[in-house]
Design a protein around this ligand. Sequence first.
Ligand SMILES: CC(C)(COP(=O)(O)OP(=O)(O)OC[C@H]1O[C@@H](n2cnc3c(N)ncnc32)[C@H](O)[C@@H]1OP(=O)(O)O)[C@@H](O)C(=O)NCCC(=O)NCCS
Length: 82
Amino acid sequence: MDRVDSVGYWIAREHWGRGIATRALALLLGEVAARPLHARVARTNIGSILVLERNGFRVTHYQHVPADDRFPACEEAVLRLD
Ligand SMILES: CC(C)(COP(=O)(O)OP(=O)(O)OC[C@H]1O[C@@H](n2cnc3c(N)ncnc32)[C@H](O)[C@@H]1OP(=O)(O)O)[C@@H](O)C(=O)NCCC(=O)NCCS
């Protein structure tokens, strides 16, 4: 995304809160050697920010993202794993 290596994920609603995203990302990071890796998350998406931080990502900054045809405008956290 935006010419940098990025991660993203989506877990089916009925499986949320069981550690699946945290574990899946840990397994991915063991397979994918590319660093740095980036992620962008709505600032209000506390669960996703936790998933990333538990895997070593750190917030570098926040940015305003204007609305597009899929999503409303929001404040995003930008995270990075070195
Ligand atoms: C975000 C998402 C991937 C998390 O998946 P998951 O498998 O439920 O994540 P995990 O269980 O590994 O970890 C989530 C943690 O955040 C916590 N959490 C979730 N929402 C929270 C909130 N609003 N406030 C505080 N903690 C929250 C959970 O309790 C869990 O912590 P715990 O292990 O201490 O209980 C999932 O909700 C999802 O697919 N959402 C829709 C798509 C999305 O938002 N993708 C990410 C876009 S960047």
